[in-house]
Design a protein around this ligand. Structure first.
Ligand code: FAD
Length: 306
């Protein structure tokens, strides 16, 4: 077994916003066994580790970075994205690899009549990224389905976390009782999904997708919502509305813009740079604060993070 290591990966080619400079190296984790070699590979490579899934929630900065990208593309035995562990009268337990593509999972589980992820149609990430972000939409949230989570923590190896060992919140997942300055890798997780009627769950999934197509620039180069809704998802205060009211719908700076279709989607119109993105974000935060008193907190993650 030897890890797949690539020198000089470009972040602009690995993120859906298509921004960012070059990292030192990239380590691809294709199966669970690869995790056991990660500590020693990273100490040989040097640099700071950064875990990157599909890069669909990342604003990567320009320039060269002292980073080693860890790419958890872990699938299960036989390169399967998921596996049925148990079927009960009213629910199923499935294991999913971090490298499984979220859109395919959402479709397959809906077609089987397994409810839980159906509102998450149109989220383009990998499953590991959905766990780490506690991704969600239209009433579905990854964290609500989690039964156990398999993680790799540096110096501690691979372990299965049982309920109570992690916490989730709005676009937030945290492993309790660990040094938060260290990275962790979600390798797989088990989901408990309610059994329902395939046609109904598929209809709910398609409805979520249609709503997104109608209101979001899903084909544009973006990282989804730039900012979280102040006060949380059910607070009734929408970041998009605040940005719209402050005049940012369609507002452009160089090659970066807040979308005409949805003011909370920061888009790269083709030749955008990360510094333009950062400036635009700061302008929006300042004006929204002045006009409404709300402090907009980023939902996208900056890479490298400080
Ligand atoms: C068009 C569009 C629509 C979107 N709509 C939604 C939406 O409706 N709801 C929503 O919640 N999000 C949405 N997003 C944002 C994004 O797709 C989700 O946050 C997604 O879950 C990120 O997954 P990823 O694999 O791309 O993770 P990345 O963007 O690569 O990483 C995101 C964060 O997770 C960490 N991470 C990634 N993988 C792992 C892992 N295996 N182990 C540990 N940490 C990891 C990274 O370090 C980073 O901090 C949207 C994005 C786009 C482009």
């Amino acid at each position: 077994m030897s890890l797949d290591i690539l020198p000089g990966p470009l972040l602009s080619e690995r993120t859906t916003l298509r921004l960012g400079g070059k990292a030192l190296a990239e380590v691809v984790l294709a199966e669970e066994a690869d995790l056991h070699e990660l500590d020693s590979a990273l100490s040989k490579l040097g640099g700071r580790p950064f875990v990157l899934g599909k890069g669909s929630n990342i604003l990567a900065l320009d320039g060269d970075h002292d980073l080693v990208l860890i790419r958890p593309q872990v699938l299960l035995e036989g390169e399967k994205p998921w596996q049925l562990l148990r079927e009960e009268a009213d629910h199923v337990l499935v294991r999913v690899g971090a490298g499984a593509k979220l859109p395919g999972l959402v479709r397959e589980f809906a077609a089987k009549g397994w409810a839980g992820l159906q509102g998450m149609a149109g989220i383009p990430g990998l499953f590991g990224g959905a766990v780490a972000m506690n991704a969600g939409s239209f009433g579905s949230e990854t964290g609500r389905c989690l039964f156990r989570v398999q993680v790799f923590c540096p110096g501690q190896g691979v372990q299965w976390l049982e309920p109570g060992q992690w916490e989730t919140g709005y676009r937030h997942f945290r492993i309790k009782h660990r040094d938060e300055s260290l990275y962790f890798v979600v390798a797989a997780a088990e989901l408990k999904l309610d059994k329902g009627i395939p046609e109904e769950i598929t209809a709910a999934m398609l409805e979520a997708m249609d709503k997104k197509k109608a209101t979001q620039p899903i084909q544009a180069w973006s990282a989804g919502s730039a900012f979280k809704n102040p006060g949380g998802p059910g607070s009734g205060v929408s970041a998009g509305k605040l940005l719209d009211d402050a005049g940012f719908r369609g507002f452009t700076l160089g090659g970066m813009a807040f979308s005409e279709k949805h003011a909370n989607f920061l888009v790269n119109t083709g030749k955008g740079t990360a510094s333009e993105a950062i400036n635009l974000i700061a302008m929006a935060q300042d004006k929204v604060k002045d006009m409404s008193g709300h402090e907009l907190e980023l939902e996208v993650r900056i890479c490298p993070c400080n």
